[in-house]
Design a protein around this ligand. Structure first.
Ligand SMILES: [Zn+2]
Ligand SMILES: [Zn+2]
Length: 361
């Protein structure tokens, strides 16, 4: 295996940690040197090859795994937090995460597959999913009720990343910027130090996780996650009134105002002109919301909206699991349009239908 390590200078490296069977290819785990030893920003997918790549990468940066002092997690997704338990085991490093994502990790550890599938079934039914999409979930629920979720092994963090505060990293100035949207507790980390190459305008470098990526937009769905079984009635879970797309757009503006000289994202590659990328993403989402508003001149369920939205391929070619994710994205857009007063629920029985408020020509 070839180890892909990039020296970004000034005591910052990135290690490309592969994500098995995923078109994204790899997670860029960043290593930041501090006076108390190196810390990692994210860890990568929990897989033997990924672990090997991470360990080799730490060595290539000139450190031993046992030197690692801490782990900062941008958000709870398995391509970022997957190897955290292994790192802690190997080094004794602490793991820090925003409280909102730590809560997701805790709920996932406590959830059973039965509770999780029930929650998903309720949500998809309310969204108007057809029987052929619901049936496999019912079968799985009937066959495997009570089993624990695979997320059980995700490490419970032992420190909290507090928004706006400098992290306790001797010799470095790294500030936590809360950027909810992709997950409720996503954070970017701003290295408030002169850029070693001083290219472009702006100040410092931003570890942006999945929030700001050079060539792709992160998935924004509802903040639904496995609920404890007794909370699985779909009506009272945390995040039911949340507006993740609204949060994400606010978070984009927050990061744009920081004006970092360079962005070090967790996928793809480092880039400059954060402000330009933020403006492009805001315009993209505004355009998409406008198109959805047009589609809602005819009342539609979230499922019907998802099938009519533009994706990277025709709906008929979207695989089963991606359809569930697509519907969650349609729901996040509906939530935003309702909050903006541009769409509303149509009263009636059955799955909830929405229509545009400005439906007049
Ligand atoms: Zn993610
Ligand atoms: Zn990711």
């Amino acid at each position: 295996m070839t180890t892909q390590v990039t020296d970004h200078r000034g005591g910052v490296w990135s290690i490309a940690v592969p994500i098995p069977d995923n078109p994204l290819g790899h997670t860029l785990v960043h290593l930041l040197e501090t006076d108390r030893g190196p810390v990692l920003i994210d860890t990568g997918w929990d897989d033997p090859d990924s672990w090997e790549a991470l360990a080799a990468g730490v060595t290539a940066c000139g450190f031993a795994l046992t030197d690692l002092h801490g782990v900062l997690i941008t958000h709870h997704h398995p391509d970022h937090h997957g190897l955290s338990a292994k790192v802690r085991e190997a080094s004794g490093a602490w793991i820090a995460m925003h409280a909102a994502d730590t809560a997701v990790v805790r709920r996932t550890r406590e959830a059973t597959s039965d509770g999780w599938l029930g929650h998903l079934l309720d949500r998809l039914t309310a969204a108007g999913a057809p029987e052929e999409h619901l049936a496999p979930l019912r079968t799985a629920r009937a066959g495997g009720g009570g089993r624990r979720m695979p997320g059980l092994r995700a490490a419970l963090p032992d420190r909290e990343i507090v928004p706006g505060e400098l992290l306790d990293l001797p010799g470095r100035r790294l500030r936590a910027i809360w950027t909810p949207g992709h997950t409720p507790g996503h954070v970017c980390l701003h290295l408030e130090e002169e850029h070693p190459a001083r290219h472009g305008g702006g100040f410092g470098r931003l570890f942006s996780g999945d929030h700001l990526l050079p060539g792709i937009t992160p998935h924004i769905g509802l903040y639904g996650d496995p609920q404890p079984e007794d909370g699985a009635d779909g009506a009272d879970g945390p995040g039911e009134a949340a507006d993740p797309l609204g949060d994400y757009l606010d978070s984009l503006e927050r990061v744009g105002r920081l004006d970092p000289a360079e962005v070090l994202p967790a996928h793809q590659h480092a880039f400059t002109d954060a402000g330009g990328r933020v403006r492009a993403l805001l315009a993209h989402h505004e355009e998409r919301l406008a198109r959805l508003g047009t589609l809602l001149h005819e009342p539609r369920t979230a499922w019907q909206l998802a099938t009519a939205m533009e994706w990277n391929r025709p709906w008929a070619e979207i695989p089963y699991s991606s359809r569930t994710i697509a519907v969650s994205e349609a729901e996040a857009h509906l939530r935003r349009l309702v909050k903006l007063g541009r769409a509303e629920c149509v009263p009636g029985p059955g799955p909830v239908r929405y229509q545009a408020v400005d439906a007049a020509p």
